[in-house]
Design a binder for this molecule. Structure first.
Ligand SMILES: *[C@@H]1O[C@H](CO)[C@@H](O)[C@H](O)[C@H]1NC(C)=O
Ligand SMILES: *[C@@H]1O[C@H](CO)[C@@H](O)[C@H](O)[C@H]1NC(C)=O
Ligand SMILES: *[C@@H]1O[C@H](CO)[C@@H](O)[C@H](O)[C@H]1NC(C)=O
Ligand SMILES: *[C@@H]1O[C@H](CO)[C@@H](O)[C@H](O)[C@H]1NC(C)=O
Length: 350
């Protein structure tokens, strides 16, 4: 197996020695129009005259010894190194699109010819159609970039303030026009701040893209008060609601307190009353006590406020009657108020 590989390598080397006595490198060269294209021819063995053709036209002749003759200053050749005649460098200066195609090197004698391909790219112009743009904040803006006379189809990208723009924000189209392309790109985005917009057009052979830029002036929006108003209303409403709830709770507590106070007072008074009734026999004195109690119950005026003695008398009498009716239910047999009242008046006045 190993022997097989080695013998194959030997065979290949022998074949290359027979058919490839010289070679041209590189086989493909892509250059930008206006720049230099360079090809090297390496020859194994003796040779006398070398010629270079571009698309079939002889442009340069290199004798192994002697002066190189060329059809134009645009073409030149030299030995790769001063004392090594086995390598010749052929250079096309200021290449043009018309020179793109087969570059052929021929050695007189048994060597034959070798060819390589020359590709010439061309950068055209680039321009953003719009001038300085002035828009309102948040407005959608559009920029058109036009790239004319490029070959081949160029790559168009955009920069916004020096940063590349997402490709979803623009669309590019290309139109073949004779032997070049007219390309255009449309960029759309929402204006946020003052920006510099640049359209960059490039080709594989370009070290730096060609660009065009414009300035976008964004007129700031007046502050949006509606949001502020909504926020203020919301918090104001919340505050009012809290105040209302607090107020309700406060009132409820106050009411409860009052009620319990009132009840305390009532029980106190009832207790006093029962103590008093325990000490004194039912009579005018108790009636007066009762009257005070009734006045506190907000159903009547205090007896002291009354000037009419009769009325006062009646008033006390009524209360006494009520008192006695409750107090001495078993003792007296009053059934109706009027009767009790009369009877009692009689009883008390005695
Ligand atoms: C080569 O060119 C030089 C001048 O550039 C000239 O003096 C010389 O004679 C030329 N040699 C031959 C072999 O033509
Ligand atoms: C690009 O083209 C597509 C389809 O044609 C469209 O939906 C999209 O909105 C375009 N984008 C821009 C930035 O014009
Ligand atoms: C390409 O652009 C050039 C210059 O802008 C213009 O003159 C020409 O008509 C355009 N060609 C096409 C096919 O759009
Ligand atoms: C943009 O610049 C202009 C002045 O050139 C200024 O009046 C404006 O306020 C700037 N806009 C923003 C959004 O900063």
């Amino acid at each position: 197996m190993k022997m097989d590989i080695i013998s194959w390598i030997w065979l290949l080397l022998c074949v290359s020695r027979v058919t490839g006595k010289f070679q041209v490198e590189p086989l493909h060269s892509t250059v930008l129009k206006g720049s230099d294209a360079r090809f090297n021819a390496t020859v194994e063995g003796p040779w006398e005259v070398m010629t270079w053709n571009i698309r079939g036209f002889l442009v340069l002749t290199v004798p192994r010894s002697g002066n190189i003759s060329s059809s134009s200053e645009q073409f030149s050749a030299s030995f790769c190194s001063a004392d090594d005649t086995s390598c010749v460098a052929f250079t096309i200066h200021d290449t043009s699109r018309s020179q793109a195609g087969l570059i052929t090197c021929t050695l007189q004698g048994e060597y034959g010819s070798k060819s390589a391909n020359l590709h010439v790219q061309e950068s055209g112009t680039v321009k953003i159609k719009e001038g300085i743009m002035k828009v309102d904040q948040d407005e959608e803006v559009e920029f058109n970039c036009e790239a004319s006379a490029w070959f081949p189809q160029p790559v168009i990208t955009w920069n916004l303030n020096g940063h590349s723009v997402e490709s979803s924000l623009y669309n590019s189209s290309h139109v073949a026009h004779e032997d070049s392309f007219n390309s255009s790109s449309l960029l759309k985005f929402r204006a946020v701040k003052n920006s510099t917009i640049a359209c960059l057009v490039t080709l594989q052979t370009m070290t730096k893209p060609l660009s065009s830029s414009v300035f976008l002036v964004v007129v700031p929006k007046p502050p949006d008060w509606t949001v502020l108003i909504v926020v203020v209303c919301f918090f104001g409403g919340c505050a009012l609601l809290v105040l209302f709830i607090l107020g309700v709770i406060f009132c409820y507590r106050r009411k409860k307190e009052k009620e319990s106070n009132y009840q305390d007072e009532m029980t106190k008074r009832v207790r006093t009353l029962s103590q008093l009734s325990g000490m004194k026999s039912p009579g005018q004195e108790q009636g007066q006590d009762n009257a005070g109690y009734a006045a506190d119950g907000q159903t009547s005026v205090a007896p002291s406020d009354l000037t009419d003695s009769d009325y006062r008398f009646n008033y006390y009498e009524i209360l006494d009657a009520v008192y006695h009716r409750t107090e001495n239910d078993s003792k007296t047999s009053y059934i109706d108020m009027d009767e009790g009242f009369r009877k009692h008046r009689h009883a008390t006045t005695v």
